[in-house]
Design a protein around this ligand. Sequence first.
Ligand code: NAP
Length: 316
Amino acid sequence: MKTLLYKSDPARGKVWQKILAEIAPEYRFIQWNDLDFSDGDPAIFAEVDFLVSWIPPENLADRFPNLKVLFSVAAGVDHFDLRQLPASLPVVRMVEPGLTQGMVEYVTFAALALHRDIPQYLQQQKQQLWQSHPVLGAAKRRIGVLGLGELGQATLKMLNNFGFECHGWSRSGNAPEGVTGWAGVEQLGEFLSHSDILVCLLPLTEQTRGTLNAELFAQLPKGAGLIQVGRGQQLVAEDLLVALDSGQLRAAVLDVFDPEPLPAGEALWQHPQVWITPHIASQTQPETAVTALLANLQRFAQGQPMHGEIDKTKGY
Ligand code: NAP
């Protein structure tokens, strides 16, 4: 019997436990919060084969001598200190349909809201102001997505179905059918000039930290909208506020912040053209996540590459 240790939200862990017991009873599931640490590390640590975690415990190699794979409960791995992990330990981020669907829903909601000037109309409602603005068809609106990974591609496919002119940017520029792909820093400026609404779906790495800054905003068409669903440290909040106040940006929908929770009193909370959600754009859904995990455990047992296995040198 293989042993799986879960170290994340306990309430969601209970759901994982129930599903695993039903569909894969051959795995022993242990929750971090159920363990007794009064005499130091529990003896069962020596038997842990797989760790599913948000923030992993320290000294993994010493404390879990039998550990074979570290799984992230989230799509990103930026909360792991990759330099501290044993070089030979595979690290797998979460790729599962429930998480993808959540992100597609959120970005579609935000893109349609920006496309139809809803932030502006909500402001007008507060002033009891009846004033219409030109309604543009989707085909006349260009949406650019930074990041063409699992989530960026799925989101672009949905936006493409609405008839938006879709653009995507990544290192490699591999875009789905119907989407114009742009690759690397050389093509970033051109990509940005085609983005009336810009969506950030990049992982947080040394290269992407602070990416959403004044220099980038200046390359967008005047009056562009921003949807930030990557990670908080990618956004320079002061630069965003300046861009909004100058009219360079029209509105921003933000789901991720640095730090989280966004402290009370921060200017972003008060800005009339900013919508804020508390990092809920998408969440791992236990039902579909357990199935994805089991499929990866099977791949691992057969010596095949796992879906979502990260490249530690790239950081995603
Ligand atoms: P992914 O499949 O790993 O895709 C990452 C994409 O970013 C790839 O297309 C990659 O380019 C591109 N990229 C990375 N570094 C780059 C750089 N320096 N320059 C240009 N392109 C770069 O990741 P994913 O599953 O789509 O998830 C993306 C991120 O969404 C996660 O890391 C997480 O931060 C965020 N997220 C947020 C929430 C939320 O609730 N707000 C939920 C889930 C995920 P290549 O393909 O060319 O390598």
